[in-house]
Design a protein around this ligand. Structure first.
Ligand code: PLP
Length: 404
């Protein structure tokens, strides 16, 4: 099979048409650089959608993967394993949490979080307490429960009856939240910085006020840190710089540095509602994923790497400001750490994809977050040279769009 010739056309034949990938097929990567089948070199500002937190083929991750691959890959949860226990202990030591559930993706981590929140509320306050409140434009995954909690109906419509008792209110709108919240609310679910929804930060007092409302109504506060967690914003988790502690936190994406893994973190008191048999995952917490994630976690959770994120944010902000001074296409650059969004101004409204396509033509990988935001989520250890070269390519891409 390895001598089969593979082209992009094959995608349209043999893959379900739910994605529309670029014409380019990458074949290898190193740091923040990627090479395609024809050996063209790209700078990666996308990071596999905020996943490759240490770039491609980081030596610590390669070594953890190789080492574990010769020991033990998978057992199931009938047995526990050393990498899972070590990773859980490290995550617990580094956060508010006391216990961890491992799974394979962000969607699964949120599915576990929402099921736990429901179960906990029913256990402690009775069967009526099932309402989940989430935010418009929020994104929590693609399982039917998580996509329904997500705040874009376009993603959850068309699949028949949805899981019920889920309300959506605008992000940063405390009055709207107050209006729907009651003692029937079992959880408020939020991203501490909306990623897919357009790189939208919460107002300073908003998160604290949400925490207070949750306390008043005995509702759990669930932070979806699938995109913001593991160093992305310059803190290990974004909540750590917000003066607010959630009851349940979910992590994935950067957690495995590119190897699929997800985690749900919570207190022992809340976790007690997931008694034996109430939830599970065949692969969740497998030794291979946990060994890689442990290496990623150890590498990211250091003062140097975390401070380096904030330093790199400055490189981006300065470079983007200079580009914008020349071409005047962004109304603002927003976000935190290495989760940044260039918001297109009135003149370029709705054209984020054009910037992405122009960037590919200049051999630069970027992301969008909705139709109006060009998003960057690069490696947390991207070098100054890689940032400079990528921004030079981005400037050429911007020029292409602006000059038609
Ligand atoms: C990506 C993302 C998810 C979904 O993660 P998957 O691994 O794709 O299931 C959930 N929440 C947020 C905030 C995300 O950015």
């Amino acid at each position: 099979m390895s001598d089969m010739t593979v082209t992009r056309d094959l995608f349209d034949q043999v893959m379900v048409p739910n994605y529309a990938p670029s014409k380019v097929i990458p074949v290898r990567g190193q740091g923040a650089r990627i090479w395609d089948q024809a050996d063209n070199e790209y700078i990666d500002f996308a990071g596999g959608i905020a996943v490759n937190c240490l770039g491609h083929c980081h030596p610590a991750l390669v070594s953890a993967l190789k080492e574990q691959s010769e020991k033990l890959w998978h057992l199931s949860n009938v047995w526990t394993n050393e990498p899972a226990l070590r990773l859980a202990k490290k995550m617990v030591d580094a956060t508010f949490a006391e216990q961890v559930f491992f799974c394979n993706s962000g969607g699964e981590a949120n599915e576990a979080a929402f099921k736990l929140a429901r179960r906990y509320a029913i256990d402690h306050f009775g069967p009526e307490k099932t309402q989940i409140i989430a935010f418009k434009q929020g994104f929590h995954g693609r399982t039917f429960f998580t996509v329904t909690v997500g705040g874009q109906e376009a993603y959850s419509d068309g699949f028949g009856p949805k899981p019920g008792d889920i309300e959506h209110v605008p992000y940063n709108d405390l009055a709207a939240l107050k209006a729907v919240m009651s003692d029937r609310t079992c959880a408020v679910v939020m991203e501490p910085l909306q990623g897919e929804g357009g790189i939208i930060s919460p107002d300073a007092d908003f998160v604290k006020a949400v925490r207070e409302l949750c306390d008043q109504h005995n509702a759990l506060l669930v932070f979806d840190e699938v995109q913001t967690g593991v160093g992305r914003t310059g803190a290990l988790f974004a909540y750590m710089e917000m003066g607010v502690t959630p009851d349940i936190l979910t992590s994935a994406k950067a957690l495995g540095g590119g190897f699929p893994i997800g985690a749900m973190l919570t207190t022992a008191e809340i976790a007690a509602s997931l008694k034996v048999g109430t939830h599970g995952s065949t692969y969740g917490g497998n030794p291979l994923a946990c060994a890689v994630a442990e290496a990623a976690f150890d590498t990211v959770n250091t003062p140097e790497v975390l401070a380096g994120v904030t330093e790199r944010e400055t490189w981006y902000r300065e470079g983007l400001a200079a580009i914008n001074a020349k071409y005047d296409c962004f109304s603002e650059v927003r976000g935190k750490g290495l989760l940044l969004g260039c918001v297109l101004n009135e003149q370029f409204k709705g054209r984020a994809r054009d910037f992405l396509m122009a960037a590919m033509d200049e051999q630069l990988m970027v992301l969008v977050a909705g139709a109006n935001v060009v998003r960057f989520a690069p490696s947390l250890v991207i070098t100054k040279e890689e940032v400079a070269e990528g921004l030079a390519r981005f400037e050429r891409a911007v020029a292409r769009v602006v000059n038609g």
